[in-house]
Design a protein around this ligand. Structure first.
Ligand SMILES: *[C@@H]1O[C@H](CO)[C@@H](O)[C@H](O)[C@H]1NC(C)=O
Ligand SMILES: CC(=O)N[C@H]1CO[C@H](CO)[C@@H](O)[C@@H]1O
Ligand SMILES: [Ca+2]
Ligand SMILES: [Ca+2]
Length: 579
């Protein structure tokens, strides 16, 4: 038997290495999302800025991160903190100048960190030159937006054209006296939707992409893509039709969920637009050989999400964001539900495309707050070691928690629009946007200002990068760095994947390649369990601890019996099969 095994070896060896292709930069890196307003303030005005980011690029390098995507830093009146862009070709003054941005790019290049920007194609700011010109009756720019006549009610009072609601509540239509019409805003009033049925808009937005590619950015994250197109009103007698009632939030007709968004979301034309943008991305790759990467943000069904990848004829986004770790489970979910959520993207995705994993962003409660601080390392293990590209929201590497932001301090329109000083926090996104916690100096080392734009979260004196980097023992950040390094092993780059829910609490997966076998196990509950890992094919004998979570009593190098492994409360471990 043994002899036979040996004889077979060369053939297996060849086979395995044939499948090992050189990975492109974006396929093996970690993308680190920076929310510029909250990362690092260089001039003491209480607001993060570009120079601040440049000064911390080495920190990213040290973490093992190869790319960062920046939330918008374009010129904006900040009604939606930069997602309302007044000039797509310029930098917001409080964040710095174009020269500062170029410096950031140069420093990043030196460190081999790719810079990805946020592309917000659905709307401009109501204070953009385009919208201002539209209001003055300049036809070219008037046609950049979506306009509709109001309707008179029985009392002769002018009402919005139809029942569409904005994502942030209330009517999606706003009247402008200057032109006697309503404009559409799927998000806040200050974000008039662009009209993608106008070829001038399509060309203009491609030029925005070209402008930043020329400067040297390596890609774009595309914001709110599902909202790009509205239904073609010509098919409905020239009037935008009402959306049907969804059956949710029945007592609250102004809520977004009250309606089923069949005319304002996921319209078929959206996909073609993404394919057209990809052609612009590829124009630049042809020039200099660097792949420009597109990530699309859409909270849609998996079937719809997969269409962003493209098809046999056309390429789309390399990374349609996979939000299952955010939207499909929480601290109460069973291990089975967790497996089911993770399998979802892997099941639907085209076989030749990569998955991607995102556990947090500036729109969702932090991991430590959603799952509890003990699961921070376990969640980072999922993000960094599941097959595919990893995306980390700044602060998740140290387990930052949602900050407390009082009603008086609340600035997010999603919170303010509730007009509810008691329950606003359920809608506000400020808690996950509080300043980054660097050290235990004033304002957590984020800023020297008297008052920062959002308050620093309580407890930063114990929870910050400096303390964690200098700690004698284990810390979230050290664990994160360990995982980032482990991620470069062939088993995690090329290895196959199999997962199982061992019981209601324990989720585990195996990654294997070329004789190396790893098991990642996360116990989602405060209950100990004994697990028999020989369930996994080819796993028996002993397993060695490679990385373990903060509270784990194990040490690196400890040996565990595969058929009788004791997993303690909320423990997460990466194990390697001892050959
Ligand atoms: C833009 O919209 C905001 C509300 O989001 C409003 O406060 C502001 O006055 C508007 N600006 C202009 C120039 O219409
Ligand atoms: C995750 C994310 O970037 N969400 C953004 C979606 O788009 C709206 C409007 O541009 C923003 O408010 C969100 O922050
Ligand atoms: Ca500043
Ligand atoms: Ca739109």
């Amino acid at each position: 038997m043994r002899l036979l095994g040996l004889w077979c070896l060369p053939a297996v060896f060849l086979l395995v290495h044939a499948s090992e292709r050189e990975l492109d930069w974006w396929e093996s890196t970690i993308f680190y999302q920076i929310y510029p307003r909250s990362f690092k303030d260089s001039d003491g005005d209480g607001i993060g800025d570009l120079k601040g980011i440049t000064s911390k690029l080495e920190y990213l390098k040290e973490l093992g991160v190869g790319a960062t995507w920046l939330s918008p830093m374009f010129k904006s009146p900040m009604y939606d903190f930069g997602y309302d862009i007044a000039d797509f070709y310029d930098v917001q003054e409080e964040y710095g100048t174009m020269a500062d941005f170029e410096e950031l790019l140069a420093k990043a290049k030196e460190l081999d960190i790719k810079i990805v920007l946020d592309f917000v194609p659905n709307h401009t700011s109501n204070e953009s030159m385009w919208f201002e010109e539209a209001l003055k009756g300049h036809q070219k720019y008037f046609d950049y937006f979506v306009w509709e006549d109001g309707v008179e009610d029985e009392n002769g009072v002018l009402q919005p054209p139809n029942n569409w609601n904005s994502v942030f509540r209330k009517s999606a239509w706003e009247y402008r006296e200057e032109v006697g019409k309503y404009y559409l805003h799927q998000f806040v009033i200050g974000q008039p939707d662009l009209n993608y049925r106008n070829p001038d808009v399509v060309e203009e937005m491609k030029n925005v992409l070209r402008f930043w590619f020329d400067k040297g950015v390596a890609g774009f994250r595309v914001d709110a893509i599902a909202h790009l197109f509205e239904v073609d009103k010509e098919k409905y007698g020239g009037k935008y039709p009402d959306e049907p009632i969804s059956g949710q939030d029945l007592d609250d007709p102004l809520s977004y969920n009250y309606l089923n968004h069949i005319y304002t979301k996921d319209q078929e034309e959206t996909f073609d637009m993404v394919y057209q943008w990809r052609e612009v991305f590829d124009e630049f790759k042809e020039k200099d050989g660097l792949t420009r990467v597109m990530m699309t943000e859409a909270y849609s069904s998996p079937q719809v999400t997969m269409k962003y990848f493209g098809d046999e004829q056309q390429n789309g986004a390399q990374m349609p964001f996979n939000f299952v770790l955010i939207s499909d489970f929480n601290g109460q979910s069973s291990a089975g539900e967790i497996k089911y959520a993770i399998d979802k993207f892997l099941t639907f995705k085209p076989i030749d495309k990569l998955a991607n994993w995102v556990a947090g962003n500036h729109d969702n409660s932090r991991v430590a707050s959603r799952f509890g601080p003990k699961l921070v390392d376990g969640m980072n293990m999922l993000v960094l070691l599941l097959p595919g590209v990893a995306v980390t929201y700044m602060g998740e590497e140290i387990g930052m928690v949602d900050g407390y932001v009082s009603w008086e301090d609340t600035v997010d329109p999603s919170g303010c629009n509730t007009d509810d000083p008691i329950n606003y926090w359920k809608s506000s996104r400020d808690p996950e946007r509080t300043p980054f916690q660097w050290n235990n100096d004033k304002n957590a080392g984020f800023s020297t200002a008297e008052k920062t734009w959002l308050p620093v979260a309580e407890g930063y004196e114990q929870l910050n990068t400096e303390i964690q980097l200098n700690s004698e023992g284990r810390s979230h950040i050290k664990i994160y760095k360990g995982l980032a390094k482990l991620r470069t092993e062939p088993a995690f780059r090329y290895g196959r994947y199999e997962s199982v829910a061992f019981n209601t609490d324990v989720f585990a997966f195996r990654r294997w390649y070329d004789g190396d076998v790893y098991i990642v196990v996360v116990n989602f509950r405060d209950e100990p369990h004994t697990i028999d890992f020989t369930y996994f094919e080819g796993v028996n004998g002993h397993l060695e601890v490679v990385v373990c979570s903060l509270e784990s009593s194990r040490r690196r190098g400890d040996v565990v019996e595969a058929n009788n492994a004791k997993i303690s409360e909320s423990e997460s471990i990466v194990l390697k099969l001892v050959q």
